[in-house]
Write a protein that binds this ligand. Structure first.
Ligand SMILES: Cc1ncc(C[n+]2csc(CCOP(=O)(O)OP(=O)(O)O)c2C)c(N)n1
Length: 319
């Protein structure tokens, strides 16, 4: 562990910035810093992407980044590649995207560039893809993240690979079969694999099986596969940092990260529950361009991050 010391405040600020940038990529074609009241003209004509998983990815990425900031042998694999807005936000604010794409500058032009071009013809795909820096598992077809992680660690004892697995992905045959790899994987000549189950409770159109299990049932399932599970509330960065630290002294650790699907986005639309429900999975507010009430909800949502405190034109990101 190469942690910089636990500072929950800076993790929270980073997650706020990445949540904002995730939502902005989904919705905005203009007015990226919200310097004017949000108008229908600012909204993309076709909304296509996935919101629900973004906050949890941002929590996991921030905590891992914090713990392994200085470790060149650390890698992160994202199972649910549809969470690309969150991955892109993190790659952007760390300057990793700019290293391969000179237009992704860490200023308002770069923010405009990633937002305008997300899920746009000729721009960035809505999912992780080969043009995403460092990506070796696209995650468009769910299930391969954990096996990919073991593959990267094979024969590389110096490596640590954290693998974020969706709880919907966890229902695929491939992901479930990959759990057996813990029994085949000695630690002397191989690296350290840290699976993290993103237990946000829902997949596309309903609850996940893992979320319907009691903590004891899930824990016993993982133990049966040879893992030592560590349950953590994704919002509690002290607990998350402790879990990461603990995982380093365990042969087959498995973090179960609880995080509400769609958290920090809209809670309700009319009588329908959005956050903490499958309705947060893709675009939670579908008609802000044509419905003034949804436009107002979107503006309130975007403003709730107070991005102006996290990014200033002159100073850049203040995280
Ligand atoms: C093998 C496969 N089956 C189905 C899909 C369609 N699909 C896309 S996202 C999704 C739900 C994923 O849920 P989860 O893994 O829990 O991700 P999250 O809730 O974090 O978005 C599904 C079923 C897919 N991408 N791959």
């Amino acid at each position: 562990m190469y942690g910089l010391g636990i500072n929950p405040e800076s993790i929270t600020r980073r997650v706020r910035a990445c949540d904002y940038l995730s939502a902005a990529q989904l919705y905005l074609q203009k007015n990226f810093l919200l310097e004017k009241p949000l108008s229908a003209d600012d909204i993309k004509p076709r909304l296509l992407g996935h919101w629900g998983t973004c906050h949890g990815i941002n929590l996991a990425y921030a905590n891992l980044k914090y713990a392994y900031a200085k470790d060149p042998n650390f890698s992160f694999i994202l199972g649910p590649g549809h969470g690309f807005p969150a991955l892109q936000a993190n790659l952007f604010i760390d300057g990793d995207l700019e290293k391969v794409d000179e237009k992704a500058t860490l200023d308002e032009n770069g923010i405009a560039y990633i937002c305008r071009n997300f899920s746009w013809p000729g721009g960035f795909p809505s999912h992780a893809s080969p043009i995403t820096p460092g990506v070796i598992c696209e995650g468009g077809e769910l299930g391969y993240a954990l096996a990919t992680g073991y593959g990267v660690a094979l024969g590389h004892p110096e490596k640590t690979i954290a693998v974020l697995i969706g709880d919907g992905e966890f229902e695929t045959a491939t992901a479930l079969a990959s759990l057996n790899l813990s029994k085949l994987f000695g630690t002397d000549s191989n690296g350290h694999v840290l699976p993290i189950l993103h237990l946000n409770g829902y997949k596309i159109s309903g609850p996940t099986i893992a979320a319907r299990k009691s903590e004891r049932e899930l824990s016993e399932l993982l133990r049966g596969f040879g893992y030592l599970p560590i349950f953590v509330d994704g919002e509690d960065s002290n607990a998350f940092q402790d879990a990461i630290e603990r995982s380093e002294s365990i042969t087959n650790p498995f973090i179960v990260m609880k995080s509400e699907k769609g958290k920090t986005g809209p809670s309700f639309l009319g009588t329908e529950k959005i956050a903490g429900n499958y309705l947060a999975h893709q675009i939670p507010l579908k008609n802000p361009k044509t419905d003034p009430a949804e436009l107002k909800m979107l503006e309130d949502w975007l403003k709730s991050y107070h991005f102006e405190e996290l990014f200033k034109r002159q100073e850049g990101f203040i995280l």
